[in-house]
Ligand binder design. Structure first.
Ligand code: COA
Ligand code: AMP
Length: 627
C-alpha cells in the first residue's frame, strides 16, 4: 500500500487514531483525548475536550522555541513602493499589544470583531489578536460595497471593527473608512468602537467612536493568549450562497489548527524552513488558511503581497517576488496566471528571474483550464498542482499531496481525494454513479477537522443548505466525476454560485439588484465563459410592458447599481434586453438550462418547457464574452 492509500484508508476507517496523532502537531493547553464527537450528528465537532490558543500556536510557540528571529511575514507592496520584514518576535509584540487594544475596547472571548482592511500586515495582526483573546474575527473583502458590509455587520454583531483609511487598487485609491461609515449608516447593529489604521495615501478625520491604530498601539499593554475550547469559533467568513443572503461559515479553533498544520506539510509539502506565498487576499478563505494560519502555525515565512499580478509594474511582478524572497511554494488562482500569460505569452519575464527556489505552483479557486496548466508547466518547468476546495472546507478536498506522496498529474483534475474526505459522485436520486459518469460531488459525513461545523447562529440553514439534499452526505455544490484511477474532475457549480477571477459570487444577489430597476419586469443573471476571468456575470432582462429606455443607458444604470450595491468585485458589465426568458409551464425560469448552455455542457431541454423558441432565441447570447 502506498503512503497515500495508507493515510486515506486510515483517515476514513479510524479517524479517531488518525486525527489524534495529527493533533500532536499543535501545542495544546489541554491535549484532547477524543477526536470526533458525533453525539449531535449530523452536526459534528472535533477534539471536544481539548483547549488551546490559535494565536499562541501561530506566534508565541515559535519564539519560545528559539525561532523568534525568523521572518514571519514579508510584506511586499508594489502599489505603495513599500516592503517590510516582520520577524516572529516582532509579530508577537504587535499581536500582543493589539490584543491589549481590543481588550481595552471591551472585546472579550466569544465576541466578534469585523476586519475590513486591505492587504497590509495590520490585517494579519488584527486577525491574530482576535484569536489571542478568543474573540471571533470576521474579515470582509475590500471589493464589497457598503450594503454587503452592512449585512455582515448585522449578522455578526461585532463589538469592534478594525479598518484602514484606504486600500489601493492600481487605478485608484479605495476609501475604506468612508465605505465603512456608509455601511454603519445602513446597519442596525452598531459596534462600540472602530479602530482605524491611517495610511499616507488617504487620511481620514476620526469620529467619536474611532480609535487611531498608531495612537492606541503606542500605549497598549500586551495581552496574553486566552485558552479556548477546541470547539469554540475562531472566525466567521461570509461566502456567497444561492440566495442573496451570505452564509457565515464558522471555523473552530482546534480542528482548524490541526488541519492547517497537517495540510501545509502533507498537501503542500512545505516545511518550517520554507518561504511560502499565497497570492490571494485575506478577505477570502485562501487568505485565511494559507496567507495567515497554515504558514504561521507551521513556523514558516509567509509573503503578504499588496498588488496585482500584472501592471505593478509589469507581468513579471510575481516572478520578482519569488526571486526576492526565495519562495518555495506559490499559490494563486488560474486567472492570475491567465493575466500574466496574456501580457507575457512567451514567458520572457519568467525567464528573466531566478526561480530556482520555487518547487511547486499551486492553483485553486476555479477550474484550472488545460491551456493555463500547459503554459505554466512549460514556462516554469515545475509541478503545477491543481487543488479543489471551498470556503466551507477551509482546506483541500482533492489535491496532489506533495508532502505525503506526489502523484502523476492529469491536466484538468485536482488529482485524488485528500485523507479525511470520502468523496462520492451521485445522481439526482442520491445513487452513486460509476466512474466516468457526471453527477453531484458529495462527501460522506463526517467531514474532517477544520471544515465548517455550522453556519453562524443558524444550524437549521447549515443543515438545509448542505446536508438535506443527500442524507448522510455533505453537498459541495459542485458537479463532476471520478475516473477509473480515482482522480477527481470538477466541472463546475450546480447552483447559482459563479467564480469570477477566482472570486466567489452569487448570481442570486445580482438578480435582486437588477430586478429592483424600475423598468425591469424580470431577469436572470448567468455566468458566461471569459478567457481571462474564467466566468463573468451577464444579465438577461425583460422590460416592463411599455417601458422605453435605450439599451445602452439601461446597461449603464444596471451596471452602476450592481457596483454600488454589491461592489466592484461583482464585475457585472453586460446587460442584454430579451423579449422573454425560457420558463417551465409553471413559470419557473430555466436558469439551470441556461447555465448548461453557457458552460458548454448543455443538458436535454426539460419536457416542461413552456416555449422552446424563447430558449433558442436566447442561446446565442449565452456565448463566451469576447474581448
Ligand atoms: N478593494 C476594492 N476594489 C477591489 C478590490 C479590493 N480589495 N479587489 C478588486 N477590486 C475591484 C477592482 O479594482 C476592479 O475594479 P474596476 O472594475 O474598477 O477595474 C473590480 O473590483 C474587479 O476586480 P477583479 O475581478 O480582480 O479584476 P481586475 O481587472 O482588477 O484584476 C486579475 C484581474 C485576474 C488580475 C485579478 O482578479 C487577480 O489577480 N485574481 C487572482 C488572484 C486572487 O485574488 N484570487 C482569489 C482567490 S485564490
Ligand atoms: P471559494 O469558496 O471562494 O473557495 O469557492 C469555492 C468554489 O470554487 C468551489 O465550490 C468550486 O466551484 C470552485 N473551485 C475552487 N477550486 C477549484 C478547482 N481546483 N477546480 C475547480 N473548481 C474549483
Amino acid at each position: 500500500m502506498t503512503a497515500y492509500q495508507d493515510a486515506y484508508r486510515q483517515s476514513l476507517a479510524d479517524p479517531e487514531a488518525f486525527w489524534l496523532r495529527e493533533a500532536g502537531r499543535i501545542d495544546w493547553v489541554q491535549a484532547p483525548t477524543q477526536a470526533l464527537d458525533d453525539t449531535a450528528a449530523p452536526l459534528y465537532r472535533w477534539f471536544p475536550d481539548g483547549t488551546l490558543n490559535t494565536c499562541a500556536n501561530a506566534v508565541d510557540r515559535h519564539v519560545a522555541a528559539g525561532r523568534g528571529d525568523r521572518v514571519a511575514i514579508h510584506y511586499d507592496s508594489p502599489v505603495t513602493g513599500e516592503a517590510r520584514a516582520i520577524t516572529y518576535v516582532e509579530l508577537l509584540d504587535l499581536v500582543g499589544r493589539f490584543a491589549g487594544v481590543l481588550a481595552g475596547l471591551g472585546v472579550r472571548a466569544g465576541e466578534r470583531v469585523l476586519v475590513y482592511m486591505p492587504m497590509v500586515p495590520e490585517a494579519v495582526v488584527a486577525m491574530l489578536a482576535c484569536a489571542r483573546l478568543g474573540a471571533v474575527h470576521s474579515v470582509v473583502f475590500g471589493g464589497f460595497a457598503p450594503a454587503e458590509l452592512a449585512v455582515r455587520i448585522d449578522d455578526a454583531r461585532p463589538t469592534a471593527i478594525v479598518t484602514a483609511s484606504c486600500g489601493i487598487e492600481p487605478n485608484r485609491v479605495v476609501p475604506y473608512k468612508p465605505l465603512l461609515d456608509e455601511a454603519l449608516a445602513l446597519a442596525t447593529h452598531q459596534p462600540a468602537a472602530t479602530v482605524v489604521l491611517e495610511r499616507p495615501q488617504s487620511q481620514v478625520a476620526l469620529g467619536e467612536r474611532d480609535v487611531d491604530w498608531d495612537a492606541a498601539m503606542s500605549t497598549a499593554e500586551p495581552h496574553p493568549p486566552v485558552p479556548v475550547a477546541a470547539t469554540d469559533p475562531l472566525y466567521v467568513l461570509y461566502t456567497s450562497g444561492t440566495t442573496g443572503r451570505p452564509k457565515g461559515v464558522v471555523r473552530d479553533n482546534g480542528g482548524h489548527a490541526v488541519a492547517m498544520a497537517w495540510s501545509f506539510d502533507a498537501v503542500y509539502g512545505m516545511t518550517p524552513d520554507d518561504t511560502w506565498w499565497a497570492a490571494s487576499d485575506v478577505g477570502w478563505v485562501v487568505g485565511h488558511s494559507y496567507i495567515v494560519y497554515a504558514p504561521l502555525i507551521s513556523g514558516a515565512t509567509t509573503v503578504l503581497y499588496e498588488g496585482k499580478p500584472v501592471g505593478t509594474p509589469d507581468a513579471g511582478a510575481f516572478w520578482r517576488v519569488v526571486a526576492d524572497y526565495g519562495v518555495a511554494g506559490l499559490f494563486t488562482a488560474p486567472t492570475a496566471i491567465r493575466a500574466i500569460k496574456r501580457e507575457d505569452p512567451d514567458g520572457a519575464l519568467v525567464a528573466g528571474h531566478d526561480l530556482s527556489t520555487l518547487r511547486t505552483l499551486f492553483l485553486a479557486g476555479e477550474r484550472l483550464d488545460p491551456d493555463t496548466y500547459h503554459w505554466a508547466a512549460e514556462r516554469l518547468g515545475i509541478p503545477i498542482v491543481d487543488n479543489w476546495w471551498q470556503t466551507e472546507t477551509g482546506w483541500p478536498i482533492a489535491a496532489n499531496l506533495r508532502g505525503l506522496q506526489p502523484m502523476p498529474i492529469k491536466p484538468g483534475s485536482p488529482t485524488v481525494p485528500v485523507p479525511g474526505y470520502d468523496i462520492r459522485i451521485v445522481d439526482a436520486e442520491g445513487i452513486e454513479v460509476p466512474p466516468g459518469q457526471d453527477g453531484s460531488i458529495v462527501i460522506r459525513l463526517p467531514l474532517p477537522p477544520g471544515t465548517l461545523p455550522t453556519l453562524w447562529g443558524d444550524d437549521d440553514r447549515f443543515v438545509d443548505s448542505y446536508l438535506r439534499a443527500f442524507p448522510g452526505y455533505y453537498t459541495t455544490g459542485d458537479g463532476g466525476y471520478l475516473d477509473d484511477d480515482g482522480y477527481v474532475f470538477v466541472m463546475g457549480r450546480t447552483d447559482d454560485v459563479i467564480n469570477v477571477a477566482g472570486h466567489r459570487l452569487s448570481t442570486g444577489s445580482m438578480e435582486a439588484v437588477v430586478a429592483s430597476h424600475p423598468m425591469v419586469a424580470e431577469c436572470a443573471v448567468i455566468g458566461v465563459h471569459d478567457d481571462l476571468k474564467g466566468q463573468v456575470p451577464r444579465a438577461f432582462v425583460v422590460l416592463k410592458a411599455g417601458a422605453g429606455i435605450d439599451p445602452a443607458e439601461l446597461e449603464r444604470q444596471v451596471v452602476a447599481a450592481v457596483r454600488s450595491q454589491i461592489g466592484p468585485v461583482a464585475a457585472l458589465k453586460e446587460v442584454v434586453v430579451v423579449p422573454g426568458l425560457p420558463k417551465t409551464r409553471s413559470g419557473k425560469i430555466l436558469r439551470r438550462t441556461m447555465r448548461g448552455i453557457a458552460d458548454g455542457r448543455p443538458e436535454p431541454t426539460p419536457s416542461t418547457i413552456e416555449d422552446p423558441g424563447v430558449l433558442e432565441a436566447i442561446t446565442p447570447f449565452l456565448a463566451p464574452r469576447s474581448g
